[in-house]
Design a protein around this ligand. Structure first.
Ligand code: SF4
Length: 372
């Protein structure tokens, strides 16, 4: 089995130095529990060691994995590589924030077998970085990329965000074009979401900040895709762009292709044999469960055939691989919907696949509903 088709392994590192006001990922803004969490994670690794064959990818995400010190990183990697098997060409991704990137940490990551660094840059405008509550400056982001390159990493992904409060199209283009000067192999460009319960969500509700209207969202999205495609990037998922097939995120592609994966760490999700389960998200409950000899699973569900079909449709329409025509044929009235989407230039038929166009990507979340 190739590393693209074999399962993925995800490790959730639930710690950040501070909490960004827009973020609704599960993470705690304190490093005091890192040691206890690392011990619990090692127990969870041992508990899963016989459950799978060979993994094609490993992804350490968060939270902020780069807050971990060399001691914890060495321990976790030693456990991972001694209890799980990985294919020789496995993609091993590590998420980092620019302010944590040091030559020493990079040397350790290299020696541990990390093949890909995903850098959380978000913006290269100093005012925007401050408004986003980020801890780094644009200059630190630039230096981090230089250090990563000097550390021997040839697969670097940069995360950016657009649609920030008060951001103009030209400010966004400045950030995007500055990021292109780093020649990253991969870019993820997300539109800022104002999640309920976050400081940004509250500020939006109170009218203290604004957001893009629908037409502006579409224009920012199209501008992003046009700029990156004309710079040689392949738009392979709504928010993701790669400098050629070799730099597509193999781990994330498993989620969209519904390839099985195991997630370890607080709040991590797993999908295996048609069953989905997820861990306790609180660090305390997660650690207590493992300390007591239990797996920290909060809940699980067996997906029905219908749920799996809907998932394939929704996920497929987010990517340039699209969906199988035979899958669409199972929905009554699909021909009418398909021909309307083709007329509106939202999808194209390529052999037996339905592929969203760039305009289709801009409204990809609403496409599956038209068939359902
Ligand atoms: S560093 Fe990332 S995970 Fe942590 S609070 Fe900020 S956006 Fe969320």
């Amino acid at each position: 089995m190739s590393s693209t088709e074999s399962p993925g392994l995800y490790i959730h590192v639930p710690f950040c130095r501070t909490k960004c006001p827009y973020c609704d990922f599960y993470s705690v803004p304190s490093l005091s529990a890192v040691h206890v969490w690392a011990e619990a994670l090692c127990k969870e690794i041992v508990a899963y060691k016989d459950r799978s064959g060979v993994f094609g990818s490993l992804y350490l995400g968060g939270g902020t994995p780069s807050v971990l010190e060399e001691r914890e990183l060495a321990l976790i990697f030693e456990r991972l590589f001694s209890h799980f098997s990985f294919s020789p060409d496995a993609e091993v991704t590590f998420e980092a924030n620019p302010d944590d990137v040091t030559e020493k940490k990079l040397a350790l990551l290299k020696s541990c077998g990390i093949t890909r660094i995903s850098l959380g840059v978000q913006s290269l405008d100093e005012g925007e970085l401050r408004a986003l509550g980020r801890r780094h400056t644009a200059e630190q982001a630039r230096r981090a990329v230089e250090k990563i390159r000097a550390g021997g990493f040839s697969n670097v992904s940069v995360d950016l965000m657009y649609g920030l409060p008060g951001q103009t199209a030209s400010q966004w283009m400045n950030t995007l074009k500055s990021a292109l000067e780093y020649r990253p192999e991969h870019l993820s460009c997300y539109q800022l979401t104002f999640h309920e319960g976050t400081p940004f969500g509250r500020m939006l509700q109170e009218g203290r900040i604004g957001r893009l209207n629908e037409e502006e969202q579409r224009l920012f999205f199209l501008m992003t895709a046009e700029t990156l495609e004309s710079s040689g990037y392949r738009h392979y998922e709504i928010s993701n762009f790669a400098r050629g097939e070799g730099f597509v995120s193999r781990h994330n592609r498993k989620y969209w292709r519904r390839v099985p994966y195991i997630g370890l760490g607080p709040g991590a999700h797993s999908f295996w044999g048609g069953i989905r389960w997820w861990n306790e998200s609180s660090v305390t409950s997660y650690c207590e469960a493992l300390k007591g000899g239990r797996l920290p699973i909060q809940e699980s569900e067996a997906l029905t055939d219908e749920q799996q079909r809907i998932e394939s449709l929704c996920l497929g329409l987010r990517t340039s691989e699209g969906v199988d025509l035979p899958l669409l044929r199972t929905y009554p009235g699909f021909e009418k919907v398909l021909s309307r989407l083709e007329d509106d230039n939202l999808v194209q038929v390529c052999g037996d696949r339905i592929i969203p166009t760039r305009e289709g990507f801009a409204v990809a979340d609403s496409l599956p509903m038209l068939f359902l």
